[in-house]
Design a protein around this ligand. Structure first.
Ligand code: COA
Length: 138
C-alpha cells in the first residue's frame, strides 16, 4: 500500500499531543498550550492519515516566528519535519514576510541549517535546555 502525506492548517489544540510527545515527554498535555496559540496559524502533517508533525506560526509586521516544531518520536528522521517546514516557508513566501525565525534547540541546529536557516547571536539557556535564534531571510 502506498504512503500518503498531507499538510493542512489545523486547530491549535491538535498540536498539543505532538508537542508533548516530541518535546516535553516529562510534562502533561495540559501544559502544552501557548498563551497566544489562538493568534497563530498551526500546520499539521498527516502521514497515512495520522497527525504526525506540527508547527505553529506567528506573523506580525512582516516578521514570522515559528514555534514548537515537533515530529512524533517514532516518525523522526524520515524527512517529515523537513517537508513540513518547507511548506511553512512556501506559505511565508505567499505572505508579505521578510524574515522567518525561531528559537531553536541547539540539538536541532543541523536540521534547520540544512533547510537554509542561519544562527543569529549566541546560545542561551532556558529551562535547562540550550537554544539559539535561527533565521531565514526572504
Ligand atoms: C528536530 C525535528 C523537528 C526534525 O524533524 P525530522 O522529521 O526528525 O527531521 P528530517 O527527517 O526531516 O530531517 C531532515 C534533515 O535534517 C537532519 N536532521 C534532523 N534532525 C536533526 C538534528 N537534530 N540534528 C542535525 N540534523 C538533523 C536529517 O538528518 C536530515 O538530513 P538529510 O536531509 O541530509 O537526510 C524532529 O526530530 C523533532 O521533533 N525532534 C524533537 C523536538 C525538537 O527538537 N524540535 C525542535 C525544537 S527547536
Amino acid at each position: 500500500m502506498s504512503e500518503t502525506i498531507q499538510i493542512e492548517q489545523i486547530f491549535p489544540s491538535l498540536t498539543w499531543r505532538i508537542r508533548q510527545q516530541a518535546m516535553y515527554p516529562e510534562k502533561e498535555i495540559t501544559d502544552m498550550e501557548l498563551a497566544d496559540d489562538f493568534e497563530g496559524t498551526h500546520f499539521g502533517l498527516y502521514f497515512n492519515h495520522e497527525l504526525t508533525a506540527v508547527v505553529s506560526l506567528f506573523v506580525k509586521d512582516g516578521i514570522a516566528q515559528f514555534r514548537k516544531m515537533a515530529v512524533l518520536p517514532s516518525k523522526q528522521g524520515n524527512g517529515l519535519g523537513k517537508l513540513l517546514l518547507k511548506y511553512v516557508i512556501d506559505y511565508c513566501n505567499q505572505q508579505p514576510v521578510q524574515l522567518l525565525w525561531c528559537n531553536a534547540r541547539t540539538s536541532a541546529i543541523g536540521f534547520y541549517t540544512k533547510i537554509g536557516f542561519v544562527t543569529e547571536g549566541v546560545p542561551y539557556q532556558r529551562n535547562q535546555l540550550e537554544y539559539i535564534k535561527m533565521q531565514l531571510i526572504f
